[in-house]
Design a protein around this ligand. Structure first.
Ligand code: FMN
Length: 364
């Protein structure tokens, strides 16, 4: 690890982060990060400065997955850059790509504040965003106007609009997903698409994690002629039997893979459950997702071999955690909480550890 990198890490962890955590709510801190990141992404000099500290420039660790080349196998997970404002800066922080969204057919204001609560001792965030985003039309406009950064993959996560009116019936919910998918596909925005069926805090709940309803959604989505990889964002709190049925349906309809997985709804999985809001107020990110996601990745890999791509996400807080996800069977990994509870150099540290592990594995 270079000296400049260590100095920044100490400065960030011992000065900037404690101040940020003390003075800002997570919602404000997130808004600040997105505004600063979007600004920095516009200027080559600022991107170069961020790269100087945080971009991985070691041995080649690129990976081709479903025909797409990832410069590094780490992506920013869906929900942090919901409106696609950070596409020009994240490569400088060692991300090989990101999943924008989840985006929806109609604009969503999201749930009332607070939409995020930090549970610092638990290394977790209570997420109650409720799919707050500008809507797919605005996203398409923005991404068309934003020049792409080379060797940086953009996936787009698609969810059902969080509104009572849109979701009066199952058919209306399906039509809402299909509308967004079609629009993105026709506008040729995004390198891959994800169907998010597992948002735990939007109106109507997770309708399509029901194995009897999921085939109806897939039947309609599969009518859209799309040549890009399609993934399903899986829930992590359902019994293996139901999970397996969802996988079977996904496979039957020819999706390329699954993202395992979304937030944990079980507050008992916290190290300190007494820190959580008394009433359920959104899913948990971070540490409480780690083991659940790893177990499901292992089982999915064992059942499907290389037939399904697996993107592993949930509770990656250290480079060793990242390796565990790969060892469990993930082809790529995604993260959010590890960047928040760690520091902006976390992704570079993961790349370095991954490169070391890979070269060790090859030499054996
Ligand atoms: C603030 C926040 C918002 C999120 N919003 C979404 C979303 O819109 N769509 C989605 O598929 N997942 C969403 N998630 C879940 C993450 O993509 C990820 O699955 C989860 O946080 C576990 O990863 P982590 O432990 O690295 O944070 C969100 C997570 C956070 C922290």
């Amino acid at each position: 690890m270079s000296e400049r990198f260590s100095v920044m890490k100490v400065l960030y962890r011992s000065v900037l982060k404690p101040v940020l955590f003390r003075l800002t709510t997570p919602d404000t801190a997130h808004d600040i990060f997105v505004a600063v990141g979007e600004f920095a992404g516009k200027y080559a000099i600022l991107r170069a400065l961020v790269s100087f500290f945080y971009e991985y420039k070691g041995k080649n660790i690129s990976k081709v997955v479903d025909g797409i080349t990832y410069r590094t196998p780490i992506l920013l997970s869906a929900g942090f850059d919901s409106n696609g404002r950070l596409t020009r800066i994240l490569r400088s922080m060692s991300f090989g790509g990101e999943e924008i969204g989840s985006t929806t057919a109609k604009l969503c204001e999201g749930n009332p504040l607070p939409r995020m609560t930090r549970l610092v001792r638990n290394k977790s965030i209570v997420v109650y965003k409720g799919l707050r985003n500008d809507g797919v039309d605005a996203l398409i406009r923005r991404l068309k106007q934003t020049p792409r950064i080379p060797e940086y993959v953009i996936g787009v996560s698609i969810a059902r609009t969080n509104s009572k009116e849109v979701n009066k019936t199952i058919e209306a919910g399906i039509a809402d997903y299909v509308e967004t998918f079609k629009k993105l596909n026709e506008a040729n925005i995004g390198d891959y698409y994800t169907i998010n069926i597992s948002c735990p805090n939007s109106f109507g709940g997770e309708t399509f994690i029901d194995p009897t309803l999921f085939p109806r959604l897939m039947a309609e989505l599969s009518k859209v002629k799309c040549t890009k990889p399609l993934y399903i964002k899986m829930p992590i709190n359902i019994p293996w039997n139901d999970f397996k049925q969802l996988l079977e349906t996904a496979d039957t309809y020819g999706v390329q893979g699954v993202i395992i997985g979304n937030l944990n709804k079980n507050y008992k999985d916290l190290d300190h459950p007494e820190d959580a809001p008394a009433q359920f107020r959104g899913g948990l990110s971070g540490k409480p997702c780690f083991t659940l996601s790893n177990e499901l990745i292992k089982k999915t890999r064992a059942k499907y071999g290389k037939r399904l791509t697996i993107i592993g996400v949930g509770g990656i807080l250290t480079p060793e955690d990242a390796l565990e996800k790969f060892k469990a069977g993930a082809d790529l990994i995604q993260m959010i909480s590890g960047m928040i509870f760690g520091d902006p150099g976390m992704m570079k540290a993961i790349c370095e550890r991954y490169a070391e592990w890979k070269s060790h594995a090859v030499s054996q």
